[in-house]
Design a binder for this molecule. Structure first.
Ligand SMILES: [Zn+2]
Length: 389
């Protein structure tokens, strides 16, 4: 008993986590962790490069059963484990059993261009979203769903709830059209899941009334890549302004995350796109390499996506840019950037060329060539909408 007391006191005063020792003496099974920062990643392995499984909001609660250097192992259900970096959480308590709550209420609301589902549970446990082509799977762990006691309001037929009592809430969305953006927000009573409806496309003018947020990468003292007296942030903004013109010509509504040379936070750029209720977010960049000596091998135009819903858009943009620029194909790439990780709107990042390669630098900084780039990107977006929806 003395040893246990000693360990607990040690933990409280030195913020030392001693779960393994407490487990050895048989009193503890889980450490209750509270997330202290929004956008905290939960990862597949105890490694900062490991795949992100989900993101957690400030105030979310996790149960850790193990630690490994800088990480806690989080148990979502039996034999389903993920990892969170210790810097994003605070140990609240050591407990023998997990806390499991009930989902109190699920209310569905249909708006003009989206579905909104409020999931009320005063205990903010972990959720994971799985994306399919035409469907979405939302699972909330450590929360019971009970068809008898959970209040369900105006259930929409695009969504399916479990028929029986379940330990985790699983909400499925299915549609006959592909996904076009979704999001989860945290609010005082729980979570709000938003699923955008597929757009109604005017086939002669597919970009008509589509809301596009254009993001010129970097800005202010963040210059981005620099070479041959050129700064990436400036070229990005020049191309974005030409893009705005092209998109407007096609009837799109266009918003810019920055209109001048200004430092802008990455997550603010995404929030801005959401505030504008955008359908598409395009982030414009110019590439470089950690070691410039390989630039003769690796260069050209490349497009980046993270979520499957954004892949077809990235593909169409890449195809059109290759055709228009005649640059080398630096491929459509899967990449975990803050911008590409956004699920609302559909988000893609474009590296128009390599600023560290002289002939490409000359072209991407040339006003006429920038117009060619802008036209190709716009055409790619139009094709994506026309062919997919
Ligand atoms: Zn950049």
């Amino acid at each position: 008993m003395r040893k246990i007391l000693f360990l607990l006191i040690l933990m409280l005063f030195q913020n030392v986590f001693a779960l393994d020792e407490l487990k050895d003496v048989g009193i503890a099974k889980y450490a209750v962790l509270e997330v202290i920062q929004d956008n905290t990643p939960l990862r597949e392995k105890a490694d900062e490069n490991a795949k992100r499984v989900t993101h957690l909001f400030k105030g979310s609660v996790l149960f850790a059963d193990k630690e490994n250097k800088n990480y806690f192992r989080v148990e979502l259900k039996n034999n389903k484990y993920f990892w969170v970096n210790k810097k994003y959480v605070e140990v609240q308590a050591i407990i023998p059993e997990k806390r499991i709550d009930n989902v109190q209420k699920i209310s569905f609301k249909e708006e003009k261009n989206k579905y909104k589902i409020n999931i009320d549970t005063d205990f903010k446990s972990t959720y994971i979203i799985k994306e399919g082509n035409n469907n979405l799977d939302f699972t909330l762990y450590d929360n019971y769903f009970d068809p008898v006691s959970t209040k369900v309001i105006k259930q929409n037929d695009k969504f399916e709830l479990p028929q029986m009592f379940t330990n985790d809430l699983n909400l499925k969305y299915t549609n006959n059209k592909p996904l076009f953006g979704y999001d989860v927000e945290s609010y005082d009573k729980g979570y709000i899941l938003t699923v955008k409806k597929s757009p109604k496309i005017n086939y002669n003018k597919p970009l008509k009334n589509i809301k596009v947020t254009l993001d010129a990468g970097h800005g202010g003292d963040e210059k981005g890549a620099c070479a041959f007296g050129l700064e990436e942030k400036t070229i990005n903004l020049q191309i974005v302004k030409k893009l705005r013109k092209e998109f407007k010509k096609q009837g799109a509504k266009v918003y810019l995350t920055r209109k001048k040379d200004k430092k802008t936070d990455l997550y603010e750029r995404i929030s801005f796109a959401k505030e504008k209720d955008s359908d598409i977010l395009l982030s414009i960049h110019q590439n470089s390499l950690p070691n410039p000596k390989y630039v003769d091998k690796k260069h050209g135009v490349g497009t980046y996506y993270y979520h499957p819903q954004a892949y077809p858009l990235a593909q169409k943009i890449q195809e059109n840019l290759l055709e228009a620029t005649k640059f080398k194909d630096d491929k459509v790439n899967y990449a975990s950037f803050a911008i590409t990780r956004a699920t609302l709107p559909v988000s893609v990042l474009i590296e128009c060329g390599y600023i560290i390669k002289q002939d490409e630098a000359e072209k991407i900084s040339d006003k006429k060539f920038q117009k060619i780039i802008a036209k190709a990107i716009t055409k790619g977006c139009a094709q994506y909408l026309k062919e997919r929806f």
